[in-house]
Design a protein around this ligand. Structure first.
Ligand SMILES: [Zn+2]
Length: 348
């Protein structure tokens, strides 16, 4: 019986892997989203390789999805650094040009030494990367959906109905072009709500956007199903970047939007430094679709049933917005961004 189950699992993994491969190819646009050239698209990393190298184990890193029980039965939770967490939306030339400033380790290590303009450009480039990665993930999920439910997908298209993903992607594309222009706009700036260089390596990396649905007191900020209302103004950026045995963390939002999210910002600013880090970690668990973990640390976190349950419940499924409310109880969960392994035990 065991052999039969094993065979079933192997077959299932094979099928999922094939479908993922096809859906991933179909999600690639026929041209570069920035310059419009019909050329081969670049294998762009969401989190740069020089950051991922800090959380690898023999060249391998893990997806946060592996926190879901039995995930390994169906998907590969580990990836080699070269192909880990990539997207295909822009050409090589644009990839080089658009992210040249922040994809330099000195920008992360010596951020505070840079002048205001240079800092702004780095934050813009990081934000642009997160929007691109978000768009790719949405297109990819739709590509999977249209393979699993071809009739429903055809129904949407035939009726001329714009899907939630399409509306969402248009907003992100629009904001991307604004960000590109913002590099030379003196009126544009970000508010850095948290900027720390931790003197230890957290073993976790991400570059993500968070749209908080609830504030820290459990009050609803906006409905995630209200697609027609642009929710972009509520987007916070969270970057967790381990580098050279340290970890740079940025948490920021466009300055112009501060009044619109005044309450949650005041609540965040009132937290202690330790609580802020704790809140950011639980934000990652509740909101981030995909972050990356050192394989040994993953095993430790997987044993934390309470945290894994929160991660699963908050996953993008129906009713998940209610679970976003749990952010107010962030203190009740463990914070794995804390330096709890001063001897770096999880690094063998
Ligand atoms: Zn291009």
């Amino acid at each position: 019986m065991c052999t039969y189950r094993r065979k079933e699992k192997i077959e299932l993994r094979k099928q999922v892997s094939e479908m993922t491969h096809i859906a991933e190819k179909a999600a690639r646009p026929p041209f570069c989203l920035f310059c419009g050239k019909k050329t081969s698209l670049c294998n762009s990393h969401i989190v740069p390789k020089f950051i991922l190298k800090n959380i690898d184990e023999k060249g391998m890193v893990c997806y946060s999805s592996a926190l879901v029980k039995d995930f390994d039965d169906i998907f590969d939770s580990k990836k080699g650094i070269n192909n880990a967490f990539t997207f295909h939306l822009i050409c090589r030339e644009c990839d080089k040009k658009l992210f040249a400033h922040y994809e330099d380790p000195r920008s992360i290590l010596e951020f505070e030494k840079l002048d205001e303009d240079a800092r702004k450009v780095i934050l813009i480039e990081m934000a642009m990367k997160t929007h691109l990665a978000h768009i790719f993930r949405k297109v990819f999920s739709y590509s999977i959906f249209s393979r699993l439910y071809p009739q429903e997908a055809q129904g949407f298209r035939g009726a001329g109905i714009r899907t939630g993903q399409e509306i969402d992607n248009e907003e992100h594309m629009q904001y991307l072009s604004e960000l590109l222009q913002a590099k030379d706009d003196p009126g544009f700036d970000f508010e850095l709500l948290y900027d720390k260089m931790l003197d230890y390596d957290v073993g976790i990396a991400t570059q993500t956007i968070i749209a908080y649905v609830y504030d820290l007191k459990g009050n609803m900020l906006f409905s995630p199903f209200d697609h027609e209302r642009a929710a972009l103004f509520k987007y916070f950026y969270l970057m967790i970047l381990p580098i050279n045995g340290k970890t740079r963390i940025f948490f920021y939002i466009e300055k112009e939007n501060l009044p619109k999210v005044k309450n949650i910002i005041e609540q965040f600013n009132a937290l202690t430094e330790e609580e802020k880090l704790h809140f950011l970690f639980i934000s990652l668990i509740v909101y981030d679709e995909q972050f990356y973990i050192n394989p040994v640390l993953l095993k430790t976190i997987k044993k934390d049933k309470k945290l894994c349950k929160l991660f699963v419940q908050a996953d993008a499924s129906s009713g998940s917005e209610k679970n976003c409310r749990k952010i107010k109880n962030f203190r009740k969960y463990n914070n794995y961004l804390r330096n709890q392994n001063p001897q770096r035990q999880y690094y063998n």
